[in-house]
Design a protein around this ligand. Structure first.
Ligand code: ADP
Length: 506
């Protein structure tokens, strides 16, 4: 049994039975059998099921919000905005664009393959294993599930054991929507269950979680060359230039650093502020943060932490920074923290790039602020971590913003806002460096769940082809053919002449 504790209140709110590891083969067999029928449906037929799911989510929105909020400790507004809305929008994306994205496409055929036609076809892969995390337990499970299902795969979801009620809720939603048996299966449990399913030879693995686990999964997948997408951590920089709308930037920083209590792979974890406005900006930022309300009622801004082990990571980073001379601007030193899962919203200054607080992912309400000298320096500082997921640039100078954005080694950059690139399903989403491998969302996010198959079609009427046997006497003619074709100014007369001469040799 997975015991479910509400992090905000410490109360036990449920028990979910774990999926026995002995069931792994049965799950895969069921998924494979269901694939035979599910993959035969058209994209539009599968979209009907997704639209039914959408109707149910819309009808049960309040109840789902409550489950997410209780299971994670996040405030209800964020459960709605950042878990449910992206899921519904994800359904719209695949049901509106899936057919076009997955349609057989004709591409040009080069002249040297004269008489043939070329196409690209997208073929679903089979059973997709999706392993999802606890910070956005609905969005980060549902969005890849929807794409995998829409493109014709069956899915086994292994949701995070830290938020098992949301995993159960997802399972129930698919049952209510009437998906055929075996198309969606949910395996409940912790890392042992995750590892057992990873070893069960899925046709694709879509993993969202820590870099540490991502590396383990990639190693296991490599044994059988199972393709993967890995969506991992971040240490996202926010860069505020002196000409930015400072009030907006201060409000934006407070939100982007502390939304979901900072447990966001794309939250602002490093704030670089141009020296000339540094003191002014810091006081604006402090004012914004001081106004935030922590709690679990409907009007609260910042909820609790979700995963108890995360508190220790945040504590270690803060202690390391403070013992190396960092200054606490807002918040409390760890020895003064109250018990429970609500961490003080914390801002520190006087930090350097050797500190853990700058190099390692915090995944908590911890914001280091650094004064920046100039554009070049801040680009190099922003790129100075092993991560590269998201970044933001704040300035009224559009050209400067775009120039800086282009130089950041990052899966995404947002200008004069933060995080929200993930909210556009039309954009690919994913990381650079150790933030991950592959992309989802956008066209890529639907096609990754398919084999991209190239088809060349000949009408089969000619007896032979010039590149077939016999080669006798053809070599010098081919030499002339390719020279006439590839020389700087193509010589069509010679090309046709040699083509016909080769043809005669067949
Ligand atoms: P976190 O430490 O933030 O919980 P993890 O990367 O450990 O992040 O967890 C993300 C997901 O990966 C969870 O569903 C978890 O159960 C699963 N998981 C953890 N370890 C493994 C593993 N070795 N193999 C497969 N899945 C795993």
């Amino acid at each position: 049994m997975l015991t479910v504790i509400a992090p905000a209140t410490g109360k036990q709110i449920g028990d979910i039975p774990e999926t026995p590891i002995s069931q792994v083969d049965i799950f895969y067999q069921k998924g494979k059998n269901a694939f035979l029928q599910w993959s035969k449906l058209t994209v539009l037929e599968r979209a009907e099921y997704l639209l039914k799911l959408k109707t149910i989510i819309v009808e049960q929105m309040e109840e789902i919000v409550k489950i997410i909020s209780e299971d994670t400790g996040k405030v209800v507004t964020e459960a709605l905005i950042a878990d449910i809305m992206p899921t519904l929008d994800g359904i719209d994306h695949i049901t509106r664009h899936g057919e076009k994205i997955l349609k057989r496409k004709r591409v040009k055929t080069p002249l040297l393959l004269i008489g043939k036609k070329s196409f690209i076809e997208y073929m679903p892969r089979g059973v997709v294993l999706i392993i999802s995390p606890w910070n956005y337990p609905m969005q980060l499970a549902m969005v890849p599930m929807l794409s995998a299902l829409g493109s014709g795969n069956t899915v086994i979801l292994k949701p995070s054991e830290v938020t098992p009620l949301v995993g159960k809720c997802i399972e129930d939603l698919f049952i209510k929507a009437g998906f055929p048996d075996g198309v969606v299966q949910v395996a409940h449990g912790g890392k042992e269950v995750g590892a057992a399913f990873t070893n069960g030879k899925p046709d694709y693995i879509f993993f969202t979680g820590s870099v540490r686990t991502g590396k383990i999964i990639q190693q296991v997948a490599a044994k059988d060359l199972i393709p993967t997408t890995l969506e991992l951590g971040g240490k996202d920089p926010m860069i505020v230039f002196a000409d930015a709308h400072l009030e907006r930037a201060a409000k934006g920083a407070a939100w982007a650093a502390f939304t979901n209590s900072g447990q966001v792979c794309m939250s602002v974890e490093r704030l670089y502020v141009e020296k000339t406005i540094y003191p002014q900006f810091l006081s604006l930022l402090k004012k914004e943060i001081m106004d935030l309300k922590q709690g679990n009622d409907q009007d609260a801004d910042v909820g609790s932490m979700t995963f108890p082990a995360q508190l220790q990571i945040v504590k270690d980073q803060l202690e390391d920074a403070l013992s190396n001379g960092a200054q606490l601007e807002i918040g409390l030193p760890p020895e003064k923290w109250a018990n429970g899962m609500f961490l003080p919203l914390t801002v520190v200054t006087n930090v350097n790039h050797q500190m853990k607080i700058i190099q390692e992912e915090s995944f908590g309400p911890l914001l280091p602020v650094i004064a920046l000298d100039n554009e070049e320096e801040v680009i190099s500082l922003a790129n100075d971590t092993v991560y590269g997921l998201n970044a933001s640039v704040w300035t009224r100078d559009k050209e400067k913003a775009r120039r800086v954005a282009s130089k950041l080694v990052s899966g995404a950059v947002v200008i004069n806002d933060a995080i929200i690139s993930i909210a556009n399903h039309g954009l690919p989403f994913g990381g650079a460096k150790q933030s991950g491998i592959g992309r989802y969302h956008g066209e890529a996010g639907i096609r990754i769940f398919c084999h991209e198959k190239s088809i060349v079609e000949d009408n089969g009427q000619k007896k032979s082809e010039i590149h077939w046997y016999p080669y006798r006497d053809k070599f010098p003619l081919f030499l002339q053919l390719f020279k006439s074709y590839f020389q700087t100014n193509r010589d069509w007369v010679r090309f046709v002449q040699y083509y016909l001469r080769i043809l005669k040799k067949n």
